[in-house]
Design a protein around this ligand. Structure first.
Ligand code: SF4
Length: 379
């Protein structure tokens, strides 16, 4: 058996559209879902039997979306069972599922846990109803609380909470309250992302028209700092720019991405990275389903990465992790034998944005605040 693989399964349906969302998701339609699941099963069978995959071991599965929990438990477990039959799973493979409050109940969560889902990622975002409404979330804060209670009752101990800061109308006090709430809820993992105004979204339009105001860069930096301090004080390891875990609970699937390992994505719009090649599927669920039925593949874009592109990606992704990346790989990308030969790096080191530790290059506390710009500057 050759090296391992992460498996991503895309469920492109939601109750409604959040105002900041530019993900590949569509309003739930039970008739279309049947056709979609049939195509998904077919794609899984075809991919699993291909030469590139047949001998790979699956060590993580991630149901993402969209809102996977919008499906019935039997549909989700049906997909998972189909994957288990088609691929070879590692004995303790992590199986994550994204769930939104308002789309789960206790019987569904019990069935998911019993059916082999090991990790639940709950989209909470904020602890204030007025903020949830402002960004178009389809649930209230109390529903998130109920979902977490039910998840525990159902036997889930490995729970992630997704949170978001920099929201319209959000104060630092609101964010502080959300963090307190999240820590009090006792998750094993927290993902906290700053809002990004993506073009084409309702929030982007409202902001351009002056209908909404955002907290601003300085306040967002305060919120980020607060996140890092508060979660660390509560015993979480800060292991990626926006991700925090109790010891032993880092998300294996997301580590596959950040550590530049291979993953296969199945479903509409799903991206894959396999043996140095990136490719993705048709975005629209109906077109995806007919492509699979007619051609046996829904891939619409593919690119072979050059050795140089692969090295750059490795650095770009590796620097997101607080463990950093090996000094040799870093020097290789910069094309230098010694870091002092690079003026950019010398400045970033002396200004305290990067540091060298035990043969690795790491981003510092100071660097974290400007991590994205810093990584772009380096490559
Ligand atoms: S639940 Fe997630 S995928 Fe669905 S609309 Fe909201 S942000 Fe987008």
């Amino acid at each position: 058996m050759s090296s391992g693989l992460g498996l991503y399964i895309h469920i492109p349906y939601c109750l409604s559209r959040c105002h900041y969302c530019d993900f590949n998701s569509y309003r739930f339609d039970s008739v279309q879902v049947e056709q979609y699941l049939k195509a998904l099963a077919q794609e899984i069978t075809l991919r699993a039997s291909s030469d590139a995959i047949r001998h790979r071991l699956v060590y993580s599965v991630f149901f993402g979306g969209g809102t996977p929990s919008i499906l019935q438990a039997s549909q989700l477990i049906g997909i998972l069972d189909h994957c288990r039959a088609a691929f070879t799973f590692e004995a303790d493979a992590e199986v994550s599922l994204e769930a939104n409050p308002g789309t789960v109940d206790l019987p569904k969560l019990r069935a998911l846990r019993e059916g082999g889902v090991t990790r639940l990622s709950v989209g909470v975002q904020a602890a204030q109803d007025r903020l949830l409404q402002r960004i178009g979330r389809a649930h209230a804060a109390c529903e998130a609380e109920q979902a977490l209670w039910m998840a525990r009752e159902a036997g889930f101990s490995n729970i992630n909470l997704d949170l978001m800061f920099g929201l319209p109308g959000q104060s630092t006090d609101d964010w502080s309250e959300t963090l307190d709430w999240a820590i009090g809820a006792g998750p094993k993992h927290v993902s906290a992302y700053g809002l990004i105004l993506e073009e084409g979204t309702l929030l982007h339009q409202e902001h351009r028209n002056g209908v909404i105001g955002l907290p601003g860069e300085e306040t967002e930096a305060v919120m980020y700092r607060m996140t890092v301090d508060r979660l660390r004080d509560a015993g979480f390891e800060h292991y990626e720019i926006s991700n925090f875990a109790r010891p032993g609970f880092r998300c294996r699937h997301n580590l596959v991405y950040w550590q530049h390992q291979d993953y296969l994505g199945v479903g509409a719009g799903a991206h894959s990275f396999l043996a140095g090649r990136r490719f993705y599927n048709e975005l629209l669920p109906a077109r995806y389903a007919s492509a699979i039925a007619e051609r046996g593949t829904a891939v619409v874009w593919s690119e072979e990465l050059s050795a140089e592109m692969l090295r750059s990606e490795r650095v770009m992704l590796g620097l997101r992790l607080l463990d950093g990346l090996e000094l040799e790989a870093f020097k290789d990308v910069l094309g230098v034998k010694d870091l002092s030969a690079s003026d950019r790096v010398t400045c970033l080191l002396s200004d305290g944005f990067l540091r060298l530790k035990e043969g690795r290059v790491q981003i510092t506390e100071r660097g974290l605040l400007v991590a994205n710009e810093l990584i772009v500057q380096l490559l």
